[in-house]
Design a protein around this ligand. Structure first.
Ligand code: S0N
Length: 280
């Protein structure tokens, strides 16, 4: 088993860990005693960590995972969803006593982060934890991983990405089965359904995930960015198109044609767009 020299970030987090190795940021939900369930603080820290990774121009790939408990593979968790013990009326309640569903902001952030995000699923991915792996670009699971939704059992549902993206991935009938029966599925079953990219033995999970990340890091970051936005545009409606269009604007800003418009305004002259080709 290869170990990697992960270097801890400078932020002080309580519920998560942020580490970097070879242009890869690894974000770990660190509440193994509750199977890495998230409370509002966990989610706000995850949002901060994803923002740090997004802004770091040295980071090309982000891994999301759960802290191992060390009490046996069948007890490990990627994330067991919203912490039901702090679920109040109207959402999950943190130190400020305000009920929130801030995991929806996190899901959106993962979608619009213009870098590949890999879910390294080390165990249970259940409820809101299952949706978190769905919104990641790739999912690599260990053989012990278990997948499923529990909403109708515990009195909740995720009708956004949790339903729509799942159906786009596994098909309408299977998605409805997953939500309507609240069963658990093995890593092999998740692979067969098209929900995960590969399944590896537990002790090879990180090595395999880093290998995939390093392969991605050899490729063009701008092409990857445009591809991620393209895939999302098909499922995310105007919000997806906004991201794709924003990326196109970024590219346009780097052109002489766009610079001519800016410079002409700053220099108080008429822009000369005649010099630029009108491509077919
Ligand atoms: C993960 C499971 C299957 C693991 O089973 P196992 O190994 O038998 O462990 P347990 O003994 O059950 O658990 C060990 C300890 O961990 C605590 N714990 C586990 N999960 C949670 C959790 N989600 N919240 C709080 N605590 C948790 C256990 O209580 C136990 O601790 P002790 O011994 O001290 O009691 C199994 O644990 C399991 O099924 N867990 C619950 C899974 C679940 O139902 N999750 C919530 C599903 N809903 C969401 O995630 C909603 C997400 C959300 O925010 C949202 C998003 C969009 C729209 C709506 C919502 C919404 O909230 O409504």
């Amino acid at each position: 088993m290869t170990t990697f020299n992960w270097v801890a970030g400078t932020r002080n987090y309580e519920d998560i860990k942020y580490e970097v190795y070879d242009h890869i940021a690894k974000i770990t939900i660190n509440r193994p005693e509750v199977r890495n369930a998230f409370r509002p603080k966990t989610v706000s820290e995850l949002i901060d960590a994803f923002s740090v990774a997004r802004d770091d121009t040295e980071v090309g790939v982000i891994i999301l995972t759960g802290q191992n408990h060390g009490k046996g593979q069948d007890k490990e968790a990627f994330c067991s969803g919203g912490d039901q013990k702090v679920r109040g009326n109207g959402g999950y309640v943190g130190e400020d006593h305000i009920p929130r569903l801030n995991v929806l902001d996190l899901q959106h952030l993962i979608r619009i982060t213009p870098k590949p995000v890999i879910a390294m699923v080390n165990g249970f991915a259940i409820g809101g934890g299952h949706v978190l792996h769905l919104v990641c670009d790739l999912s690599i699971a260990s053989e012990n991983a278990r997948f499923g939704q529990t909403g109708p059992r515990v009195g909740s549902f995720d009708g956004g990405y949790g339903a729509g993206l799942l159906a786009a991935m596994v098909g309408q009938k299977k998605a409805r089965e997953i939500w309507f029966l609240c069963r658990q599925y093995t890593a092999k079953e998740a692979l067969d359904m098209g929900m995960v990219n590969t399944v590896v033995p537990f002790d090879q999970l990180e090595e395999e995930t880093v290998k995939w990340a390093q392969e991605i890091l050899c490729l063009s970051p701008m092409a990857l960015r445009m591809l991620k936005a393209s895939f999302n545009a098909a499922t995310d409606g105007l919000a997806g198109l906004q991201q794709f269009a924003g990326d196109a604007t970024l590219l346009y800003y780097t052109s002489d044609e766009a610079k001519e418009g800016r410079d002409a305004f700053v220099q108080k002259r008429k822009p000369d767009f005649d010099q630029f080709p009108k491509f077919p």
